[in-house]
Design a protein around this ligand. Sequence first.
Ligand SMILES: Nc1nc2c(ncn2[C@@H]2O[C@H](COP(=O)(O)OP(=O)(O)OP(=O)(O)O)[C@@H](O)[C@H]2O)c(=O)[nH]1
Ligand SMILES: [Mg+2]
Length: 214
Amino acid sequence: MSYSYLFKYIIIGDTGVGKSCLLLQFTDKRFQPVHDLTIGVEFGARMINIDGKQIKLQIWDTAGQESFRSITRSYYRGAAGALLVYDITRRETFEHLTSWLEDARQHSSANMVIMLIGNKSDLEAKREVTAEEGLSFAKEHALVFMETSAKTAANVEEAFINTAKEIYQKIQDGIFDVTNEANGIKLGPQYQTGGPSRPGAIDSGKPPGQGGCC
Ligand SMILES: Nc1nc2c(ncn2[C@@H]2O[C@H](COP(=O)(O)OP(=O)(O)OP(=O)(O)O)[C@@H](O)[C@H]2O)c(=O)[nH]1
Ligand SMILES: [Mg+2]
């Protein structure tokens, strides 16, 4: 299926916070109750629509276990968006955010959009981190913030789509260089042939160039 842009995402955070479940809920609308430990990096993709444009999200789901940290570091570069996830029922996963953020900032391209996610919002009775604390951390570090539940699907669509909206806005504002794939953004097939349907035409209000494929 043709798309105008491809955005690359990375999902990071401690083991067991629900990274793989968030991806599964977003791509397959399913919940996996058993912790299926991610080894290395897994991959998912889905098409979304923003502002009438088809955008393909290519998502790298990383392993939270400490031993995979160096593998994860090699995936930051080339990502336009990151979902930084903690578990609202385990305070230590919230306390490790600073270290994840340091890694992300050090190894990613400067414009990467980071969405902070407090997951497992369905487990209110077991909550150890308040939404206010999440919001305050996000404000302090200039991140976008949402609480989600990969189990009930609450805010899962919004988390992935709002990140894409932020990236899309940065493209409109000329902050993201879409011609440099190292930024985690790839132009759709219709923009890659040169001529009048190159990126400059995106704001013309006309539908994206015809004749693209895949
Ligand atoms: N109640 C509830 N459980 C969840 C939620 N998200 C994930 N879980 C459970 O938490 C456990 C871990 O989820 P995963 O998605 O495998 O965790 P992960 O972050 O990918 O872990 P690693 O791959 O080891 O880094 C599983 O047993 C899930 O069923 C949620 O929103 N609510
Ligand atoms: Mg996983």
